[in-house]
Design a protein around this ligand. Structure first.
Ligand code: IPE
Ligand code: IPE
Ligand code: MG
Length: 249
């Protein structure tokens, strides 16, 4: 192929176009699933799985920076996760608070800008304060945009956008994709090039319903607490071999 291209250009002919392969995934989303199974396999309480999951997130953020990812959006807690046992939920809220406290200095130093998408009104006061602090303390960073989906549901997000259109009195004739998109939780968030779901489950579970329209999907069997640089690298290399069409030829 390379030789043919060279010959053509020697003869002054235009080189044949290469098939369009995406190079690197600049924007990655992850459904961090499998904490419960990781714990169960070790006969540990489910909270131990969630705690270990926070370590995996730390590793993944560092790997994402090294691999040139610019935007990473992770699913931490869904609108449906409130239906879990009370004890698991209260442990999780505590783990979120502890994790923010523990990770804030390094995230700030590493140039990570953290923002949350989803509802904040149902979080504990302690957690809401930590979320605000994490966003404020990293607001000037630009190396990696880390979006954390907490109390997030794709349907709730779209319903919220529709409600805002009505509240703002936008006439029906002006409701188009851009009008809706600009009223999502974070219109400035890059649409994911690639979505990874860990733990072998193959579904979306109400994550980023609007934003995933043309995202490449990769499902891997690794349980989230075991996820790390090798898995991310593997997913990115699978992505690099895919051809995106966006409905075109
Ligand atoms: C994902 O792990 C974390 C949250 C949903 C908060 P799970 O807790 O869903 O783990 P499994 O699916 O039960 O293994
Ligand atoms: C999706 O995982 C939510 C998060 C990873 C935060 P779930 O474990 O809640 O999803 P289902 O119930 O298996 O679809
Ligand atoms: Mg799960």
């Amino acid at each position: 192929m390379a030789l043919l291209t060279k010959l053509r250009s020697l003869r002054g002919l235009k080189p044949a176009p290469e098939p369009e392969l995406p190079d690197v995934a600049r924007s990655v989303a992850i459904i961090m699933d499998g904490n419960g199974r990781w714990a169960r396999r070790r006969r540990l309480p489910v909270a131990a799985g969630h705690r270990e999951g926070t370590r995996a997130l730390r590793r993944t953020v560092e790997a994402a920076i090294d691999l040139g990812v610019e935007s990473l959006c992770v699913y931490a807690f869904s609108t449906e996760n409130w239906s879990r046992p009370e004890e698991e939920i209260s442990d999780l809220m505590e783990i979120f608070v502890e994790t923010i406290e523990r990770e804030l200095p390094d995230l700030a130093r590493q140039g990570v800008r953290v923002r949350f998408i989803g509802r904040r009104d149902r979080a504990t006061d302690a957690l809401r304060a930590k979320m605000d602090e994490l966003e404020a303390e990293t607001a000037a960073n630009a190396r990696l945009a880390l979006w954390i989906a907490f109390d997030y549901g794709g349907r709730a997000e779209i319903v919220g956008a529709a409600r805002r259109l009505v509240e703002e009195g936008v006439p029906a004739g002006e409701v188009d994709e851009e009008a809706l998109r600009s009223r999502l939780y974070a219109p400035e968030m890059a649409e994911p090039d690639l979505l990874i779901r860990t733990s072998g489950e193959q579904r979306i579970s109400n994550f980023l319903l609007w934003q995933l329209a043309y995202t490449e999907l990769i499902f891997c069997d690794t349980l989230w607490p075991d996820f790390g640089e090798r898995d991310l690298r593997e997913a990115l290399s699978q992505y690099a071999g895919r051809r995106r069409r966006f409905g075109g030829r």
